[in-house]
Structure formats: C-alpha cells, structure tokens
Design a binder for this molecule. Structure first.
Ligand SMILES: Nc1ncnc2c1ncn2[C@@H]1O[C@H](COP(=O)(O)OP(=O)(O)OP(=O)(O)O)[C@@H](O)[C@H]1O
Length: 418
C-alpha cells in the first residue's frame, strides 16, 4: 500500500481552494484518514486546516476518543477543537437529533473562525450502504441519487473528498503509516439499518452487486435527478406565478406536466410558503392531487391549497398562523417584514398578526387587490389591540409595506440544487 493515495483527493473537490477549511473528525478510520490526507493537501496548497470533533455525550468512551483525536492533531500540527452536544431530551429519533445537532454545532464553530468549507469522511462504502437502505424504503430518484461531493447546509459548504474511495483502502493506508483509529462499537451493532446493509453486501457480491456497482447506480440516478430538476425548473417558469407570498399554478398547464413534475412543483410550493425543508409524504401528495381534481380544497403542512378560477393557489393556512404575534420590527411567520416610514410606526403597542375574518371586515377595499378572501385571511396586518391599523396586502396600506424576506427569485432558485 503506497503512503500516498494520489487519486483520493483530486482537486475537483475544491474547484476554488479556500484560505481556510475545516475537517470533521470522529476518530473513526474514514475521518482519521481524511485528516492526514488533507493535512498534506492543505500544506501544499497553503490552506489553513482546522479539525473539529463533536462529543455527543452518549457513550462513556466518547470524551476519550475526542481526546485521542486532539492528540493526533497536536502531533501533526493541526489546530483541533472538541464541541459538546448534550441537547438530547429523549424525544424523537436519537440518531437524527444527534446528526442535526452535530452539523449545527460544526457550522457555528466554522463561522466563528471564518471557515466556510468543512470536509467529512464519507466513503464509497457509505454511498453503497445508503443506496441499499434506500431500496428498502422504496425510494425514488431522489433517494437513490448519489450523495453529492459538495452540499450547502447551515450556510457552510460541506465537501466529501473520499466518496469514491473504499474504506478498506483507507484502513490499509492508516495501518501502513501506523496511525490508530477508534472503533465505534455501534459499527458492529446489527440493530442499525446501516450495519444490516453493510453485512448484506457480502451476500450480494456474487450477484455483482458491490460497492462499485451501487455507486454507479447512485451516479446514474443523480444524472436522472438533475434532468428532472431542470425540466421542473423550466415548467415552473412557464406555469407558476407568485403573489403576496402565495404560489399560483395555471391549472390547465400544470395538468399537462408529467405527474412527477407536478409532485415536485407542489412540494417546492409548500416548502416555499412554509419555509420548510422536508417534503410531504408521497401518499399525502397523491391524496392532495385527487382532492384538487375533484375541486376540493385541502390543507397540508401548514398550507391551504385550492383551485380558484383557472389557478391552483398554495398559500399559508390561517390556522397555522392564527396565534403568530410579533412586534412591528420583527419577522412575522419567519418571512414577512412590515414597515412604515412615519414615526408612529415605532409605537410599542402595534403588533403584527394575521388578518383573519375580523381583520378583513375592517378592510373595505380588499376586493381591489384581486386576491381571494380566504387567502387574505392568513396575510399579515398591523394591529393596535383589536383595531386593524394597516393591511398592505389587502388594499389597506396606510403607508405600510409588507415585504417578503426572501425575494421571489428564491422560489425558482430553490428548484435547482447547487
Ligand atoms: N462526532 C463526530 N465529530 C466530528 N465529525 C463527525 C462525527 N461523526 C461523524 N462525523 C463526520 O461525518 C462523517 C460521516 O460519519 P457518519 O457516517 O457516522 O455520519 P452520518 O451521521 O451518517 O452523516 P450523514 O448524515 O452526513 O451521512 C465522518 O467521516 C466524519 O467526517
């Protein structure tokens, strides 16, 4: 085994080398190898490298493992920090909560240090195991698509330089150089789906289903996913309009699109209106489609969806914002800012709340906006007690402006991954 792995870290993973980058090191073989490979790579490119380990306080050995990583980093002259995540409150899925907490903690760590890129040690084996697990979940093109070599999350670019490298290659590299790594006991625990998938690989090999083959499937799926994404983007440009924070589809044009494109457009619309990241379930979306085709209205994930005239409107569900109440200087529903340029705009007793029926009763001119009554109910207004002061989206502006924090281009941009 050579001391260097020349093909592991191609420059392709960093098209624009940053001045500084982070590396997430759990202490396992993959990230330990990544640390050493990056140490050489960054020295040659004059990139300042810093390492980080998150201790989830879930296993008694974890603190010792983090200390081991710290020692290894000290030996090779890479600054290292251990972050503690102990926010588990016993609710929901522990693995997901720990992963989410870890990414957030590392992103904050990086931002505090002026680092915008962090490398993680995902390998070709992780890729293959993920494909197997996704097959079991009956995933479609998105789920089966390859993990990307670069993703944006929490305002940080995450890179995965080892995605095409097998774990066994990294282990022999470490062994050859006498570098010790930590063996996480959960890596042998066959109660976890990932370990089940790992163990299944040896039985699948005689069929020709190995890490390389599964990796290729994932890359083919990724190519198909991008084509679908592009088609969806072009369709959106043609049949979507945005108005007052709502998404409007030309229904006749929408129905001409393939079902999968319709599904993706609906997900993006719901996510844009609710500022959410998670897609509603396939079954729920199929029910929504059926309801709409029968002319019924539906609510889903905090959105109200219905046909009005020739359009399908997707807008905020009134019940989801009924109790949202903020000061006029703040963000209402995470996306609206209401401002005015007169001095009374600063009055401490002014609040922003949804209009509801009460608000619209005080808004004589709502019809001139051309917006549906049911949609305007969930738009923001400025209130003093029970009296409506202004409703800029409902034709009663009184010199107030309602602005979305995300400009409308972000809806179209969200249709394309980066
Ligand atoms: N506790 C940790 N501290 C620092 N980095 C970590 C830690 N755990 C995992 N990582 C980083 O994430 C990489 C992938 O690890 P692992 O597969 O265990 O995580 P995961 O939660 O499955 O990640 P993902 O959801 O991104 O697939 C590691 O190689 C390492 O770079």
């Amino acid at each position: 085994m050579p001391e260097r792995l020349p093909n592991c870290l191609s420059e392709a993973f960093l098209p624009h080398p940053p001045a500084a980058m982070g590396v997430a090191v759990s202490g396992g073989s993959d990230s330990m190898a990544l640390l050493h490979l990056l140490c050489e790579f960054c020295a040659a490119k004059h990139i300042r490298l810093q390492a980080v380990t998150v201790d989830h306080c879930l296993r008694p050995e974890a603190a010792g493992e983090a200390a081991h990583v710290a020692q290894v980093c000290a030996n090779i002259g890479v600054p290292h920090d251990t972050l503690v995540w102990d926010a588990w409150r016993g609710e929901g899925n522990l693995q997901n909560a720990a992963r989410h907490g870890r990414y957030q903690a590392m992103a904050n760590w990086a931002k505090e240090r002026g680092i915008d890129t962090i490398a993680t040690g995902h390998t070709a084996d992780d890729q293959a195991e993920t494909v197997l697990m996704r097959l079991a979940r009956r995933s479609g093109v998105d789920g089966l698509s390859a993990m990307s070599g670069r993703t944006l999350r929490e305002g940080i670019t995450w890179v995965r330089p080892l995605l095409r490298t097998r774990r066994e290659v990294l282990r022999s590299y470490l062994t050859h150089r006498g570098i010790h790594w930590v063996e996480d006991p959960s890596n042998k625990d066959a109660r976890y789906d990932r370990i089940k998938a790992r163990n299944a690989m040896e039985h699948l090999a005689p069929l020709g289903i190995d890490a390389e083959a599964l990796g290729e499937v994932a890359e083919n799926m990724e190519t198909a996913r991008r084509a679908l994404e592009w088609h969806t983007f072009l369709a959106a440009k043609h049949l979507v309009t945005l108005d007052a924070g709502a998404v409007l589809f030309n229904e006749a044009e929408l129905n001409l699109q393939p079902v999968e494109v319709q599904r993706r457009l609906m997900i993006k619309a719901i996510n844009w209106v609710t500022q959410s990241y998670y897609a509603p379930r396939r079954g729920a979306l199929a029910n929504l489609r059926a309801a709409l085709s029968e002319g019924q209205a539906a609510t889903m994930n905090g959105c109200h969806i219905r046909r009005i005239g020739a359009k399908i409107w997707v807008f905020r569900e009134f019940n989801a914002v009924r109790t949202v109440d903020t000061a006029t200087g703040g963000l209402w529903d995470g996306r609206w800012s209401l401002t005015a340029h007169h001095p009374s705009a600063q009055d401490a007793d002014l609040r922003v709340r949804a209009l509801g029926l009460e608000g619209l009763e005080q808004c004589a001119d709502w019809r001139i906006t051309g917006r549906p009554h049911v949609m305007l109910q969930s738009t923001p207004g400025v209130w003093r007690g029970d009296t409506l002061v202004a409703a800029p989206l409902a034709g009663c502006a009184q010199n107030w402006h309602a602005e979305l924090v995300e400009d409308q281009d972000t809806f179209f941009a969200s249709l394309l991954s980066h």
